[in-house]
Design a protein around this ligand. Structure first.
Ligand SMILES: *[C@@H]1O[C@H](CO)[C@@H](O)[C@H](O)[C@H]1NC(C)=O
Ligand SMILES: *[C@@H]1O[C@H](CO)[C@@H](O)[C@H](O)[C@H]1NC(C)=O
Ligand SMILES: *[C@@H]1O[C@H](CO)[C@@H](O)[C@H](O)[C@H]1NC(C)=O
Length: 303
């Protein structure tokens, strides 16, 4: 596994192993064996956001370097696996302004420019991994994919708040859908859907994926608070500080998560459950360092 955790947030990768069967080694002796690669916080794919620049010598060199590295990992460490888990931040859109997107793409509509740049970056991401022999890419929405850092403030110079849905739209269309526009990850567990319901607000960006003896659940835990009217602070609990977005798992989203975990426990061929999510890590004046994540308490009791 390769984990490269950036300083401004927390990558959560939980291994929820059933029946105290916690070691990956124990799985490797079974026929149902699975190995996979974890690459978090690659960040660099936003360097390929603009078609017009992608043939420049520096981008070509960056592409070659990435291909060499991934191919080396694939050939030397991965045996038969083609599976990559990416717990957030394959891109770094946080340091590119929406104005820059507009000027580089030539699109005068901010949201069209954001969509264009994100789909261009993610199309290159798919090509990169496929080219290196990793055919299955299981990404998770990171804050930098939806315009963070500081992009989550409701208004002001750094705000990208009004474009968050366009950032997500680009991510969904590139990573979650087949060429014909249908969702790729449709296999649920028993009678529980692979995706939360539409009115959960996270239908396109949280999902489950089953491969051999393992279930992977990828969660988008970035939620708009205060109906997006004002930035969110809950100083008494130490939450907030990233504009109107916080990291949480609530309502129908959390109900779906609990249901699929419970259903997976009942399926004897699922030996391992992996959950990927990315959380904001905020510094507030109220407390020295605050990990801004507040999963509902109930899900803890289900695992
Ligand atoms: C944004 O950050 C990434 C990763 O740190 C870096 O490769 C890229 O050059 C930066 N882009 C800009 C416009 O600063
Ligand atoms: C590519 O890798 C070489 C050798 O490690 C390094 O010198 C160069 O700066 C890298 N170029 C890019 C664009 O990443
Ligand atoms: C799935 O099946 C279980 C057991 O039969 C049932 O209790 C539950 O309500 C069903 N859930 C859904 C979402 O249909």
């Amino acid at each position: 596994m390769i984990m490269n955790v950036c300083c401004n947030h927390l990558v959560i990768l939980l291994l929820l192993s059933k029946m105290m069967r916690s070691s990956i080694a124990s799985a490797s002796i079974e026929k149902n064996d699975l190995s996979f690669l974890v690459i978090a916080d690659l960040h660099v794919m936003s360097n390929f956001a603009f078609q017009s620049q992608n043939d420049s010598p520096s981008k070509i060199q960056l592409w070659k370097n990435l291909t060499t590295t991934l191919t080396h990992i694939r050939d030397n460490y991965m045996e038969e696996t083609d599976l990559v888990i990416a717990p957030g931040d394959v891109a770094a859109f946080g340091n590119i302004s929406n104005g820059e997107f507009m000027s580089q793409t030539g699109l005068s509509d901010e949201n069209e420019a954001v969509y264009d740049a994100s789909t261009t970056s993610y199309t290159k991401t798919n090509e990169l991994y496929q080219g290196a022999g990793f055919g299955t890419y299981i990404p998770c929405v990171g804050d930098h994919e939806i315009g963070g850092n500081r992009g989550f403030v409701v208004s002001g110079q750094k705000s990208k708040f009004s474009s968050i849905s366009s950032y997500r739209h680009g991510w969904i269309d590139s990573f979650m859908k087949d060429e014909d526009g249908s969702f790729k990850f449709n296999e649920g567990v028993s009678n529980i859907s692979s995706r939360p319901p539409e009115n959960s607000g996270f239908q396109g960006t949280s999902y489950a994926y089953r491969r051999k003896n393992s279930l992977f659940i990828s969660l988008d835990i970035f939620k708009v608070m205060n109906d997006g009217i004002s930035d969110y602070y809950d100083r008494s609990n130490g939450y907030g500080g990233e504009g109107a977005i916080t990291s949480t798992l609530e309502g129908l989203h959390s109900t779906w998560f609990e249901s699929i975990l419970k259903a997976a426990r009942q399926v004897s061929s699922i030996k391992h459950i992996f959950v990927e999510a990315q959380s904001l890590l905020c510094i507030l004046f109220a407390k020295p360092v605050v990990v801004d994540v507040h999963f509902g308490d109930s899900w803890r009791n289900t695992v």
